[in-house]
Ligand binder design. Structure first.
Ligand code: FMN
Length: 197
């Protein structure tokens, strides 16, 4: 059967190539990251902005085989099948309360999202790829990794590595192994009020 034509990503306005070149592959090369690469990923995340500069994110990461195996058990089967080859797995946690006053931080997820995106863009700068995941068990993050649930919200998982061979993926995933598209910009940004006068 003929392969479907994959349209290349096209920007609607001039933008740094980094934004277009970031995408979420599933075929990773099982090749370790260097210390410098790992440090660079988390350094980028460190400089993300946050409400009251609280920096509510915490990345728990795994590189050693035994740690990766432990982290993999927390992912859904659908993610485990491809993420098992990624040399770095992480869970993104967001601290629920502000450090300065103990009040609920309504923006912790927003801030942790900014930190993850910084990491993902830095990954591309390093020739790496980061793939975010919702498919994992937060309950297992708390129970298996000793995360205090009352203090932290386990909000996402991330796989990082170098691009691998799509032939290592099950057929259905191999068919999706290319950058996808976006809604037109008019659908995501509007000038003025939502509606009415
Ligand atoms: C918070 C979040 C959760 C996601 N969960 C999964 C997941 O569980 N499994 C998966 O294969 N991809 C997952 N993705 C990847 C998205 O499907 C992907 O980012 C989206 O289709 C846009 O494609 P791109 O990242 O290649 O530009 C997730 C992405 C984010 C940001």
């Amino acid at each position: 059967m003929a392969k479907p034509v994959v349209e290349p990503r096209r920007a609607e306005a001039p933008v740094d190539e980094l934004f277009i070149e970031r995408w979420s592959p599933r075929a990773f090369r099982d090749e370790p990251l260097s210390e410098t690469e790992v440090a660079g990923l988390f350094e980028a995340a460190r400089w993300a902005p946050s409400c009251y500069n609280d920096q509510p994110w915490l990345f728990l990461y795994a590189r050693a085989p035994e740690d990766r195996a432990r982290f993999l058990q927390i992912l859904t089967e659908g993610n485990r099948v491809w993420a098992s080859r990624a040399p770095l797995l992480a869970f993104v946690l967001a601290r629920r309360a502000f450090r300065h006053n103990g009040r609920v931080n309504r923006h912790a997820l927003f801030d942790a999202g900014a930190a993850w995106m910084s990491l993902a863009l830095q990954a591309r700068r390093l020739g790496l790829y980061a793939h975010g995941m919702a498919g994992f068990s937060p309950e297992k993050v708390y129970a298996d990794l000793g995360v205090p649930e009352a203090e932290y919200d386990a909000i996402a998982a991330v796989a990082v590595g170098r691009l691998g061979d799509p032939g290592t993926l099950p057929e259905n995933l191999a068919a999706m192994e290319h950058p996808n598209q976006r809604k037109p910009s008019v659908e995501v940004a509007r000038e003025g009020a939502f509606a009415g006068a």
